[in-house]
Design a protein around this ligand. Structure first.
Ligand SMILES: [Cu+2]
Length: 603
């Protein structure tokens, strides 16, 4: 890695000229400002053993409009935290809100009471109090952090976390940029929830003009009369890909909308590492940089054997590290298009601030296929609304509007909407680990988990049951090796995330299974992962679409026996006696905030 000195004069000159991006509000952290030289040049990350984060209210401006945001240290995205493998860290979180907050360190291996999920790992951080997270840093890679309280994540409570390896990084690069993708809205998240609960497809039916072109294309016009008839008979909408869409979202790259055009600098010939993080509440993105091949070197913080592609889909909560090598002194557009193509955002890689490249228009909106309905490879069938799907224990009912009749493993499939792109598209099967997973034991049992919902009523659950409404926790024996098969009985993608662990996504490819913390389970399909239950405690397990999780698509994984953690790390800075220290496991449950039912008693 090359050290690039901060070109302070260049930045000042750009500011004086008032070039686009150089006069942005101070609400952006340095690394996220347009015209940045990258992370090695004055990005001023938070580092060291003691890091303070202040949660509070801010105004956030994008596209000439400003609204209320929940921020950390006053910036959106939140500050870049940069740690080193092998260090210890204490993260002091000061809650300046009038409501509880929390931070979950997404993808980090840590003691469960430091994981930051209110009601599962700890009681939450009460208003005007401080909670100190403390843990050793045992890994490296690109991660992120976000609120796990209410819907704060939608309001700006998320940021990047990069951990440098203890030894030499196997990924060689001359320069790096963090690319945080997110979805911003001026609508209050509770309003969004209210709308989708009234009518599941509410935002999908909104029409709008979007950046990069008019979304005037009507996918239904491309269907045969037979297909239109079939969809009509099922009273479902083949374009219902996303619950919340570009009709109310401004898609952001490092806190910039498409007009603000965030720009990251490079010198021709450099290997530039782009650390993509999808910190959206609800938006799955398709990412490409027209004219530049993308070499994927890391997924979810875990190194993979380099694989070259032209486009990848990044589901909510996933990360991908990508190497690009632009050789010419010209600008390149980073395009992030929402999966339903209701909108896109762009950013620019350029040798100089102010340069830009063409922005491609939105591509035609995708439509769902029989495969997305859980009909496997049968492309001429009718959907099973009878509840007799493949010996499924899940039955059609109020909260379950579909059971996949013939769900097939879709980890080899191209992602939804990218099936027919003429260029290369990344699939999970192309991801192989750089080093094999530590635990080579075969799993000793299989657990099936059904992803269930009622799209129109916006009810989401596992196995037809919502968290807090009778859903049994998933109980694993410590160090047990299990295969979890996720069966998607809905026509939506669900990014399923487990806390405190990595799993092997079972692809069966000769290069080995990729190691991930989040897997996007395609509509009507399955995905399986092998998990070593090596972290005792209670861990959240949920769909990372924020409103799906909020609606109940969440469970607790209980791994026993526990260590004796009673003596672990009290937080000396607590002022309220609330959320004070890591409680012993037995007391942690049901301590505060009405999540009693989710943790229940211990075995
Ligand atoms: Cu998470």
């Amino acid at each position: 890695m090359m050290n690039i000195p901060l070109k302070r004069r260049t930045l000042l000159r750009a500011g004086a000229l008032g070039l686009a991006g150089a006069c942005l509000p101070s609400l952006l952290p340095a690394w996220a400002r347009s015209g940045t030289q990258g992370l090695t040049a004055g990005a001023s990350p938070l580092t060291g053993e003691d890091i303070h984060l202040h949660v509070g209210h801010s105004r956030f401006t994008v596209g000439g409009r400003s609204g209320h945001a929940v921020t950390l240290n006053g910036v959106l995205p939140a500050p870049l935290i940069r740690l080193r493998e092998g260090q210890k860290v204490r993260l002091h979180v000061h809650n300046g809100l009038e409501e509880d907050t929390s931070i979950h360190w997404h993808g980090l291996i840590l003691p469960f009471h430091m994981d930051g999920v209110p009601g599962i790992s700890f009681p939450g951080i009460a208003p005007k109090s401080v909670f100190t997270y403390e843990f050793p840093v045992k890994q490296s890679g690109t991660y992120w952090y976000h609120s796990h309280s209410g819907l704060q994540e939608q309001q700006g409570h998320y940021g990047p976390l990069v951990i440098d390896p203890k030894d030499a990084d196997p990924v060689h690069y001359d320069r790096e940029h963090v690319i945080v993708l997110s979805d911003w809205t001026f609508l209050h998240p509770h309003k969004i929830l209210e709308k989708v609960k009234q009518e599941g497809g509410y935002f999908n039916r909104q029409r709008q003009t979007v950046f990069g072109g008019l979304a005037g294309d009507d996918p239904e016009e491309r269907m045969t009369p037979m297909e239109r008839f079939a969809w009509g008979r099922m009273r479902m909408d083949p374009t219902d890909i996303s619950d919340v869409t570009g009709s109310i979202y401004t898609y952001l790259i490092n806190g910039h909308g498409p007009e603000e055009n965030w720009t990251g600098l490079f010198r021709p010939g450099e290997r530039v590492r782009l650390r993509f993080i999808n910190a959206s509440a609800m938006t799955i993105f398709n990412v490409r940089i027209p004219g530049l091949p993308l070499t994927i070197v890391q997924a979810d913080g875990q190194n993979v054997k380099p694989v070259e592609t032209d486009e990848f889909q990044i589901s909510v909560a996933e990360t991908y590290d990508v190497i690009v090598t632009p050789t010419e002194a010209q600008a390149h557009t980073i395009v992030a298009e929402s999966i339903d193509r209701s909108g896109l955002t762009r950013a620019t890689l350029a040798p100089r601030l102010g340069m830009e490249a063409p922005v491609p228009p939105l591509r035609p909106r995708p439509t769902l296929s029989m495969r997305d309905m859980g009909m496997g490879s049968m492309d001429h069938g009718s959907m099973d609304h009878s509840g007799h799907g493949a010996s499924s224990p899940v039955k059609i009912g109020v909260g379950v509007d579909m059971v996949a009749a013939m769900p097939v493993d879709r980890t080899a499939d191209r992602p939804l909407g990218l099936e027919n792109e003429p260029h290369r598209v990344l699939t999970y099967h192309q991801l192989t680990p750089l080093t094999p997973f530590a635990d080579m034991r075969p799993p000793t049992r299989r657990i099936d988990i059904h992803l269930t919902g009622n799209m129109e009523r916006f009810m989401w659950s596992f196995d037809g049951q919502k968290l807090n409404e009778g859903l049994e926790p998933i109980r694993l024996a410590r160090n047990e090796r299990v295969r979890v098969r996720l069966i998607n009985n809905s026509m939506m993608n669900h990014p399923i995330h487990i806390h405190g662990h990595f799993f092997e996504l079972v692809t069966g490819m000769p290069g080995g299974n990729p190691v991930k913390h989040t897997v996007n389970v395609m509509p009507g399909g399955t995905a399986s992962f092998d998990l070593t239950a090596d972290a005792p405690g209670d861990w959240a397990f949920h769909c990372h679409l924020l409103y799906h999780m909020h609606a109940g698509m969440m469970n607790v994984v209980k791994i026993r026996p526990l260590d004796d953690i009673a003596a672990a790390s009290p937080s000396p800075e607590d002022h309220s006696g609330h959320g004070a220290h890591a409680p012993p496991a037995a007391e942690a449950h049901g301590a505060h905030h009405g999540h009693h039912a989710m943790t229940g008693d211990d075995a």
